[in-house]
Design a protein around this ligand. Structure first.
Ligand SMILES: [Zn+2]
Length: 138
């Protein structure tokens, strides 16, 4: 179940907040081949082409495993300060996605680390909440 968050989200069609406060990823699952796709869409399954009622909305917990990462020190976008860490994350729901990590530097990160999604304020004043991933302690 998703509740309406009081704080605006940077990408409300891509992720939301579950009733327990944890961020979730808005994905879709194909009933024919079980493929999980992101972002959620209704055009057709990227694997088998099934469409319509075959594509069901699924909310995946924003938690998974760190697959790879890169520390970014130069970036031409104005929406995020450097340094920051981009990562590939294998969600528990099977989806592989790219995202930004909450830690600004990659020191101490290890491939295979457990990550959890967290909503953090963007780098600009008044910026909406962004989904970033942080290593789980312990
Ligand atoms: Zn399919």
């Amino acid at each position: 179940m998703i509740e309406t968050s009081k704080a605006p989200l940077a990408h409300p069609t891509l992720y939301g907040v579950a009733t327990d406060g944890a961020p979730v990823i808005f994905a879709g699952r194909c009933a024919h081949c079980e493929r999980v796709g992101f972002p959620r869409q209704t055009y057709g399954c990227e694997a088998c082409g099934a469409h319509g009622e075959a594509l069901a909305a699924v909310d995946l917990p924003a938690a998974g495993e760190l697959i790879s990462f890169a520390e970014v020190h130069r970036h031409h976008g104005a929406d995020i300060d450097t340094p920051f860490v981009m990562a590939e994350i294998r969600l528990d729901g099977g989806l592989l996605l790219r995202g930004t990590l909450a830690p600004r530097l990659a020191g101490g990160l290890k491939v295979g680390a457990r990550l959890c999604g967290t909503l953090v304020a963007g780098d600009r004043p008044g910026a909406p909440l962004e989904l970033r991933f942080a290593p789980v302690e312990g």
